[in-house]
Design a binder for this molecule. Structure first.
Ligand SMILES: [Zn+2]
Length: 171
């Protein structure tokens, strides 16, 4: 018989199952629904917290890779030496070979962007890596005056505007 309840807004009697009061037209939510809404809110709060943690973790990983990338770029430029003089040992790239390139390389002082200077004392086993009409790339064992032996020296001989340019890098 207790099929009626009091509307919490206007205190008129309405049906137990009513979702909307017929007197004041307010929407009626039960305690259960309120609790559900509350726990849903808490769940989504937890979800946000969880997602934030995952986001923080991936940010840390991203920062790590950016850090490694910056170090790699610094190391790359530290070991990249660009000659500021041109050479005229060859008349064309097809005329050049890595043995002659090694001879050209010896005695040159290599300066990197950080101001460090190394002299090439010797280049052994200089082998051709690639060749185009305007670029010859060689790789050989280098001895520098920094006392470290057995490093690989990559030499790029480039023909540009009728002049030959050398670029060395340590690998
Ligand atoms: Zn009402």
């Amino acid at each position: 018989m207790n099929d009626y309840k009091k509307c919490p807004y206007c205190a008129e009697e309405i049906l137990q199952a009513a979702n909307k009061c017929k007197h004041c037209r307010e929407y009626i939510t039960t305690k259960e629904e309120n609790n559900n809404n509350f726990s849903n809110l808490n769940n989504s709060k937890n979800e946000i917290k969880k997602n934030t943690k995952v986001q923080e973790k991936s940010n840390t990983i991203n920062n790590f890779f950016i850090f490694i990338g910056v170090i790699a770029i610094i190391v790359f430029f530290y070991f990249t030496f660009i000659s500021d003089q041109n050479f005229s040992s060859f008349s064309s790239i097809s005329d050049a070979n890595c043995t002659e390139v090694a001879k050209d390389s010896v005695g040159n002082k290599l300066k990197n962007l950080f101001g460090a200077e190394f002299a090439i004392l010797q280049v052994k086993n200089n082998k051709e890596i690639s060749r185009t009409t305007n670029k010859l790339v060689c790789l050989g064992d280098v001895m520098l005056d920094n006392g470290i032996d057995g490093q690989k020296l990559r030499t790029e001989l480039t023909l540009k505007d009728g002049q030959f340019w050398y670029k060395w890098s340590i690998e």
